[in-house]
Write a protein that binds this ligand. Structure first.
Ligand code: ATP
Ligand code: MG
Ligand code: FE
Length: 377
């Protein structure tokens, strides 16, 4: 039951060997974060080139750490989409060649399904009683903010999308607001670290109702019961607050000062933020987390979910973890997160998601290509 997983959909080149979808024998990730930080976001051409440079070494390292040979593998799994076309293509082409070369089946995995399985594989490894179906899964990262109703039918998993962002992803809002306030990239960890120092009630941010297709004249229940998100409004609201409060000057000073520090930390940034800025940061994070919480628990209730799993880079957020766990406890609904290592992009989750497909003999053919817009469910 050994599967080699390969992931290259965005800015992490990753490989992992996982046994029976639950036990990671190795999990190697090469992040390109520092490379892209210079540009304040992921540059697709640079990402592809870095994947190409890293993939052979990363796969070799994952195999070595797991202590298994290619001959001992049962399958090779790779992220098919969604993601950057050129970046995906590096992993897919390599995985195809490898699978063909060593005579093993190839399995294509949806990256979002991978994020969901990051939580499930650890729950399985901890040998907790299996979470009851259906589950409500929130995948929240720099590129995605999706809600799925997930359930296992025989060996296979079925997903129904019940909510997604109509504009920015939540992680993108963290990144943009951090940039706007003169903090580092990616923004999440900076805001997470500073939010605890401010008053989350200082500034009020509102999330309007998202107009669903149903409200525009559609009819079906599925269309009515949507739990969509919108995060571009709060980014604009923060910008407006900065303008009206005359915070521009202080932001430039902070940006320059941080740029002058070799390896700036949250403590460095804290020393450069006044109380009003910390209050703004705390209020922003509190509002975003509150909105994610309302939508996720609202959807869980509407669809009768028996538990909630949260994953993706933003699932690393401290306030989000605390509040989701507290709300789950209050409602008697189990809530699970991946460990921090499996919150962000990795290949163990890809190998884990491939396991049910391996059991169901759902293999890819040589025609498999990158699906940049691939949907789940
Ligand atoms: P994809 O969306 O395709 O999964 P990604 O690279 O954008 O790719 P991840 O690597 O899973 O996603 O996560 C990165 C995102 O998570 C960034 O937007 C980052 O700001 C956010 N993030 C990381 N840590 C935290 C945190 N502690 N609090 C809030 N956001 C965080
Ligand atoms: Mg990433
Ligand atoms: Fe991801």
């Amino acid at each position: 039951g050994l599967i080699l997983g390969i992931e290259s959909s965005c800015d992490e080149t990753a490989a992992a060997v996982v046994r029976r979808g639950g036990e990671a024998l190795s999990n190697v990730v090469a992040s390109q974060m520092e490379l892209h930080a210079n540009y304040g976001g992921v540059v697709p051409e640079l990402a592809s080139r870095e994947h190409l440079r890293n993939i052979v070494v990363i796969v070799r390292e994952a195999m070595a750490r797991a202590g298994v040979s290619f001959a001992e593998l049962d399958a090779v799994a790779v992220t098919e989409g969604p993601g950057l076309a050129g970046a995906l293509l590096v992993g897919i082409t390599y995985a195809k060649a490898l699978a063909y070369g060593v005579g093993k089946p190839l399995i294509g995995v949806n990256h979002l399904e991978g994020h969901i399985h990051a939580v499930l594989m650890e729950a399985r490894a901890r040998a907790e009683e299996a979470m009851e179906m259906p589950l409500l899964a929130l995948v929240v990262s720099g590129g995605h903010t999706h809600l799925y109703l997930a359930k296992q039918v025989d060996a296979s998993w079925r997903y129904q999308n019940v909510g997604k962002t109509v504009d920015d992803a939540a992680g993108e809002a963290f990144d943009k607001v951090a940039k706007l306030l003169g903090l580092g990239y990616p923004g999440g960890p900076w805001i997470d670290g500073l939010a605890g120092l401010g008053n989350p009630k200082a500034v009020e941010f509102k999330f309007g109702q998202i107009k669903t297709r149903a409200e525009k004249g559609g009819r079906s229940f599925e269309e009515l019961a949507r739990f969509d998100f919108s995060f571009s409004g709060i980014k604009t609201a923060v910008l407006r607050y900065v303008e009206t409060q005359g915070m521009r000057e202080a932001i430039s000073v902070r940006r320059e000062a941080l740029a002058g520090v070799a390896k700036p930390t949250v403590a460095d940034a804290a020393g450069l933020c006044d109380g009003r800025t910390l209050d703004l940061i705390a209020s922003f994070q509190g509002a975003v987390v509150g909105n994610l919480l309302r939508q996720a628990f609202g959807a869980a209730e509407a669809f009768g979910a028996r538990g909630i799993v949260v994953s993706g880079g933003v699932a690393a957020n401290g306030e989000l973890r605390r509040r989701f766990l507290a709300e789950g406890e209050r409602r008697g609904l189990p809530v699970a997160f991946p460990s921090l290592a499996l919150s962000t992009d990795n290949a163990a989750m890809i190998a884990a998601a491939a396991w049910p497909r391996f059991l169901a003999v759902e293999f890819a053919d040589e025609g498999m290509g990158a699906l940049p817009q691939m949907r789940l469910g």
